[in-house]
Design a protein around this ligand. Structure first.
Ligand SMILES: [Zn+2]
Length: 378
């Protein structure tokens, strides 16, 4: 999700990364704090002081976000779930769980930990700000951090999946109905509705002349809308593919070609005749690799009769060949992330089939039409 994120350091064994998009929000925060918030709470000080306070407060917010995600991550780890790392990006932070919680109780505790941490920080900073007094510089910064942590806790508790509150709701519905799919459907629909609501009210704000805040709301709404739809879809896909392997969907009758055959024969007798774009190259029952249309295109047409298939062959490796017992969700991931539309299926060096993205997509569409049984994901 965050390919350009830069790793800063490790905290409790979690990698802390910052996506470049975070710089935009950090700049916006410093700007609005130093030109509006601090001049209001601490009148008649220098512009330089306001900027310094803005930067310090922004760093405090940065730390608060990390603590919020750290709370999620530590609870997730205590349940034995792998956490890829914590990434800060334009809309805040995410703890990247590599697997979903296995039961409602762990999902609830992982989800609630973040907002509880933010609430705790809000209380703590509020107390410190009060002790220091309103006109104290550090007091003003702590006052702002108390406010921002409160906002963070309350916003995240809105029951709109994938916000924390939406996860809490999903955990409750999951525990109550014992049906993860239904629970996810309901909470992600609420998420989508909330996303739309934010976008609409944001648009109204823009039209009534409130500018930046409205645009920001539209962006956040769009992000939530997208994420809520996406997480429901990916759960459906995972569920539909669960327990199946490459063997269950692969095509077993595969047209192959000998590495010594001329390219012309590959084109005329295999590709065009059988309508296939990827042809496994097999010699003496041993899978060597494959030849595809891109390889064919790389050779001048007049040389097709003279040059052998082995000249354009791509060797079989872990990126283009899977075992028959490879779980289907792994096959799907491989097919969708590498822009590879087909994989060869081999038992050792023996070709047993090919599997394509359209095989998997067709299966998914079929499952969706039939309807996925509710208790498949336990
Ligand atoms: Zn959270």
């Amino acid at each position: 999700m965050f390919k350009n994120a830069v790793q800063l350091f490790e905290i409790f064994g979690f990698k802390l990364k910052v996506d470049p998009s975070w710089l935009l929000i950090a700049t916006l925060i410093v700007w609005s704090l130093s030109t509006a918030y601090f001049p209001e709470v601490l009148p008649e000080r220098s512009a330089r002081l306001y900027t310094t306070l803005g930067i310090v407060a922004m760093l405090g917010m940065f730390a608060s976000l990390i603590l919020h995600e750290l709370a999620h991550s530590l609870v997730a780890r205590s349940y034995g779930l792998k956490v890829g790392g914590i990434t800060l990006f334009i809309f805040g932070g995410v703890a990247e769980l590599e697997e979903e919680p296995h039961d409602p109780k762990s999902e609830f505790q992982i989800a609630i930990a973040g907002p509880l941490m933010s609430l705790f920080l809000a209380g703590l900073f509020y107390g410190v700000a009060n002790l220091l007094g309103e006109l104290n510089l550090a007091g003003a910064v702590f006052g702002y951090l108390a406010l921002i942590n409160l906002v963070l806790a309350v916003f995240n508790l809105i029951p709109a999946f994938p916000l924390d509150g939406g996860r809490v709701l999903r955990a409750a519905l999951w525990g109550w109905t014992r049906d993860l799919i239904k629970a996810t459907r309901i909470s992600s629909r609420l998420g989508a509705a909330f996303g739309l609501f934010l976008m609409l009210t944001g648009a109204l704000a823009v039209f009534s002349g409130q500018g930046v805040g409205g645009f920001w709301q539209i962006l956040i709404g769009f992000f939530i809308l997208n994420a809520s739809n996406g997480s429901y879809q990916s759960l459906l896909i995972k569920t539909a593919l669960r327990g199946k392997t490459a063997r269950s969907l692969m095509t077993e009758r595969v047209h192959v070609i000998d590495p010594d055959a001329p390219i012309a024969r590959l084109v005329d007798e295999v590709m065009l005749r059988h309508g296939v774009s990827l042809v496994p190259v097999v010699s003496d029952d041993i899978l060597l690799g494959y030849a595809d249309t891109a390889g064919v295109r790389s050779v001048d047409r007049q040389d097709w009769a003279a040059r052998p298939v082995s000249d354009i062959m791509v060797r079989s490796d872990a990126g283009n060949t899977v075992a028959p017992l490879t779980p289907l969700d792994e096959v799907f991931k491989c097919l969708t992330t590498n822009a590879r539309r087909k994989l060869m299926v081999a038992q050792g060096t023996r070709l047993v089939g090919v599997i394509s993205l359209s095989d998997v997509a067709h299966h998914l569409a079929l499952e969706q039409e039939i309807g996925v049984p509710p208790d498949k994901y336990a």
